[in-house]
Design a protein around this ligand. Sequence first.
Ligand code: ATP
Ligand code: MG
Length: 597
Amino acid sequence: MDTADRSQRDGSMDWPPIHRAPTLPPILGDYDATRATFTWAQARSELDGLPGGGLNIAHEAVDRHATGALADTPALRFVGRDESVSTISYRELRELTDRFASMLHDLGVGRGDVVCTLLGRVPDLYLTALGTLKTGGVYCPLFAAFGPQPVRERLALSQAKVLVTTSADYVRKVASARADLPALEHVLVVDRAAPDGAVALPDLLAATRSTVAIAATTPEDPALLHFTSGTTGRPKGAVHVHEAVVAHHATAGFVLDLRPGDIYWCTADPGWVTGTSYGIIAPLTHGVTTVVDAADFDAKRWYRTLAESRVTVWYTAPTALRLLMRAGDELPHRFDLSALRHVVSVGEPLNPEAVVWGERAFGVPIHDTWWQTETGAIMISNYPGMTIRPGSMGRPVPGVDATVLARGEDGRALVIDDHVTELDAGAVGELALRPGWPSMFRGYLGDDARYRACFAGGWYLSGDLARRDRDGYFWFVGRADDVIKSAGHLIGPFEVESLLMEHPAVVEAGVIGKPDPIAGEIVKAFVTLRSGFLPDDALRQELITFGRHRLGGLAPKEIDFDQNLPHTNSGKVMRRLLKARELGLPEGDLSTIESRP
Ligand code: ATP
Ligand code: MG
């Protein structure tokens, strides 16, 4: 049975739906009623707008809370590598970001200028992001662990005028390429001893006056530049505008259920879109306290952070959840996670087992959300209070229309004379969205043709394949590029990976199509084992049999063990790289591959 046939039955992988009464009445209480009446204009009216007209993300995130009831609420709660805790209140954040904007102003940086950070999760990153937005500049985060080449490429492509980084990173990754970066006028280092070619940020901040009028940006002014994860190829630079904050705010209400008083932790690194949309902007617009942990993943430390910061809402990713699962079921029970009300995930398909594991480990199931760098905000989601169908991405957020389009030979939506065909429930096709939501990207930097090619027949084409069931839940099948065609069947890697992860020995899997003279392609799986399991032929055979029983023709014919599946540094399994390595083909752009210590 192929993926399309299986989906004719509404359920997916035979996991029972989960309905759990929320502990607080959710912000999105009645999905259908809200969806029927919601407008983006109404969502916009929940924001303030600039006093003289216009819209600026930093005003909505910071300034409007800096006087009044939330002024002394911690906006950011930093947990240092040594686990020391420091906080910045909304009032302080306003002062600090005003000062930062004023300093940029002194340097002649303003409307439309690009300011990049190459920093870990430290306070200066947050001040740069928000201070830049206040000047009307465009903020562009670069992932801190990038090597010299990806940093230089992105600085050149973005025409960055300012880079905020550390002395060590400047010297190692940028200094020798300065001559090739004529647009880069200022390098500001967060430590005091500035190397040649850079200036010490603390000195500049100390010298500036502390107030500056926030730039009178319009909703359509560019605000953010985000590079994609590079899972399928060379990363693209997606441009977002100030209007995006309307979607950040609305979705953080509906999906994350944020409200003042919440302690919220988004584990995504601020180098990626999730870390900005939902790690900086959205929580601040809701006046909550955001936890920022400077250290990298460590299961015990993460549970301790959840417990000691009394986190109420947690937005994380499948890869991290699978690492926690690998660390065992007993560990979370050693910590007091009683404050945790809502757990949400994004970035990769979330296998049903992980959803259910959440209930065991935290007492709350994990709510999957789907979106992309290009969409700027969550588009499809499971909501607190709504029945979860484990393995489904959920339903479109109010204000977003999603559909599934018939595919052509290349696996992407079939477009004839700018016409596309919407598919009925059950059928697999390209996931598409009706343009018009506020955080939609407004271009790919330097690649207008590619941007225009994302739209057809009045839809934005996502490049992902999905199906929808009769109740309007969407089910992820795979990226259009990753889908496997075997003996006339279409096989979505996610379904095979999910099934393999149900086996007690398997913690993560990456599935590819391997060319085969008879079947066209056969399914090959690379699996990571839980500790305690031996990668031997007996286990390999057991997994093949396990797959065959449950998946029939979809089952992997070949299985390799791989304790280090390649991931992007935003946490996604790089199936294209597994495939290139398997076939001995060029590995392509590896600028975003996770480097393991
Ligand atoms: P590139 O576009 O450079 O190849 P990328 O698509 O991985 O990289 P992002 O914009 O960070 O870059 O990721 C968005 C993609 O991540 C989605 O298109 C989808 O393939 C995947 N994704 C995100 N959330 C989910 C989810 N909940 N379920 C399944 N896939 C998801
Ligand atoms: Mg993409």
